[in-house]
Design a protein around this ligand. Sequence first.
Ligand SMILES: NC(=O)c1ccc[n+]([C@@H]2O[C@H](COP(=O)([O-])OP(=O)(O)OC[C@H]3O[C@@H](n4cnc5c(N)ncnc54)[C@H](OP(=O)(O)O)[C@@H]3O)[C@@H](O)[C@H]2O)c1
Length: 269
Amino acid sequence: MKAGVIGYPIQHSKSPVIHQYWLDKHKINGSYQSIEIKPENLEVKIRELVNQGYNGFNVTIPHKENIFKICDEVNEAAKKIGAVNTVVIKDKKLFGTNTDAFGFIQNIKSCQPIDFSKKKALILGAGGASRAIIFGLLEEGVQEIILTNRTIEKAEKLKQLNPQKIKIINWEEKENFLNQVDLLINTTSLGMKDQNPLTINLENLSSKALVTDIVYNPLMTSLLTQAKDRGNPIVTGIGMLLHQARPAFEAWTGIMPEVTKDLEQKVLL
Ligand SMILES: NC(=O)c1ccc[n+]([C@@H]2O[C@H](COP(=O)([O-])OP(=O)(O)OC[C@H]3O[C@@H](n4cnc5c(N)ncnc54)[C@H](OP(=O)(O)O)[C@@H]3O)[C@@H](O)[C@H]2O)c1
């Protein structure tokens, strides 16, 4: 396997740790590199990777949208999510996909059995990650999504993914809807290290509702701590990052790798 992750800057990426772990585990002779590419050099550098025999690469900020026009084909998930995070190269052709929705859904499923078609979700945030998560939940047949965002116009745009199932509410009234949902999902950057905390009173939330936060630095955000303390089941955000990497590794090697506690520890270090 010859692969990597492209971005600018790229030092922060955890992807090399994840893929090297799986290469070692499966005793595959291969490499996975961080590849810094400035936006203005994107197309030229990608052609170089193709000519160097790369099997593919992951894509991170700021290339997730610009890569569309360089790909020969882009699948439905990437089109609906509006971003490509994985490229597979075959016969010098580039196939773009997005595995973030898969990562989110698999992370939850790996923590507990769940039938999303019987669930109502309250989603906080309407950025890039939220779009992928909404796509994933809709694919799973979720019953209803209540969506809120500080900037309501961005939530209104995401409603287009399924106007029948997505209901928009004001950011200030989110606590009033907690009693209606089985899933509470934070997709905002609130709670992340060096960001403002997410301030929310969970009083109205059923103690059976599942609470998940896609922020994973810190792993236990204040939302998750608060939910755990009142007895709600919780799912941390690191698993989304780990699970989204699995289909790329499979496409490049033919092996679908596992997410283990050991891998989680290595990535959190
Ligand atoms: N676990 C994983 O695998 C994974 C994957 C992707 C992302 N993430 C994490 O998820 C977070 C969001 O990522 P993203 O790519 O969706 O970012 P993004 O597109 O920039 O969206 C950021 C979201 O946070 C909201 N927000 C930011 N500051 C806020 C504030 N002070 N009050 C209320 N809302 C605020 C934004 O609201 P406005 O629209 O009003 O600005 C928007 O909804 C980041 O922390 C990222 O690290 C984790």
